[in-house]
Design a binder for this molecule. Structure first.
Ligand code: ADP
Ligand code: MG
Length: 259
């Protein structure tokens, strides 16, 4: 795969439901390069979570192919973090993070590695706290730590900051940028927040779902990230968001067939 982290080619996912077939997306092509932070943006229901679950091996494409590094047993070598931290309430922060290692094949917990990671992620002071004592932002940091402790080459984040207040959210975005600079990891961040996507993504893709797949991608790496340039890209993304809110003929047809 050369410099690619993973690649989806002609990806489609249909769900059979009692009221007919629901197409999450069709004809989806996405290549993410190693070390990149790729933000996946799109309105609710366009298939962002479905795509992430497929890349993580929690679901399968109905059609098309996924090329991703895999464990010997065939599972994709990727870690996924959701909007809710799902920490075990009776374990300390340190033990919740170490838990990530227990699920690996050899189940070996390297204490030095856990402590090193807690340090890098700014969690050392919280190591003995229980989840009930943590703020939402702290809990999300622990959830991300629990996943990156296994050193997955690919980190998939499904709206990890969506439930947080704007200030905490911005703090966590900056924290994630720092984490990403310290760890050798490729990130796919799902969000419906244009500013979050531009703040964290080297590239930003807009997913429209249905038969449209990914409709546009912006590369922000060449930008100086000054306010003027960022606001131009921001406007371009918002314009694209608004440009095709109407169903295209294929979607109308699919809805008619499904209904
Ligand atoms: N298990 C499922 N069964 C039926 N339909 C599903 C299932 N999972 C997702 N969908 C449908 O697929 C579409 C995309 O969902 P999802 O990936 O959750 O979107 P997003 O994360 O962008 O909000 C939606 O129309 C949703 O209802
Ligand atoms: Mg979702």
């Amino acid at each position: 795969m050369g410099t690619d982290s993973f690649r989806v080619t002609g990806g489609a996912r249909d769900f059979a439901t009692p009221s007919g077939t629901v197409t999450a997306f069709r004809g989806l092509d996405l290549t993410v390069t190693r070390g990149e932070a790729h933000a996946l943006l799109g309105p609710s229901g366009c298939g962002k979570s479905t795509l992430l679950r497929i890349i993580a091996g929690l679901d399968d494409l109905s059609d098309g192919s996924l090329d991703v590094p895999r464990h010997p047993d065939g599972r994709p070598d990727a870690g996924i973090v959701f909007q809710d931290a799902h920490l075990l309430p009776w374990l300390t922060v340190r033990d919740n993070v170490a838990l990530g290692l227990r699920y690996r094949a050899n189940a070996h917990v390297d204490d030095t590695e856990v402590e090193r990671l807690l340090g890098i992620l700014g969690l050392t002071d919280l190591r003995s706290a229980r989840p009930a004592e943590l703020s939402g932002g702290q809990a999300q940091r622990v959830a991300i730590a629990r996943t990156v402790v296994t050193a997955p080459p690919l980190l998939l984040l499904d709206e990890p900051f969506a439930a947080l207040d704007p200030l905490t959210r911005r703090g966590l975005q900056d924290w994630l940028r720092g984490v990403r600079d310290l760890l050798d990891v490729t990130i796919v961040l799902v969000t419906h927040d244009v500013d979050e996507a531009l703040h964290l993504g080297d590239r930003v893709s807009l997913l429209r779902g249905g038969h449209r797949g990914i409709v546009d991608t912006w590369d922000t790496r060449q930008l100086h990230r000054d306010a003027g340039q960022l606001s131009q890209v921001r406007q371009a993304v918002l314009d694209r968001y608004a440009a095709d809110t109407d169903l295209d003929p294929l979607d109308t047809l699919a809805t008619a067939v499904a209904g």
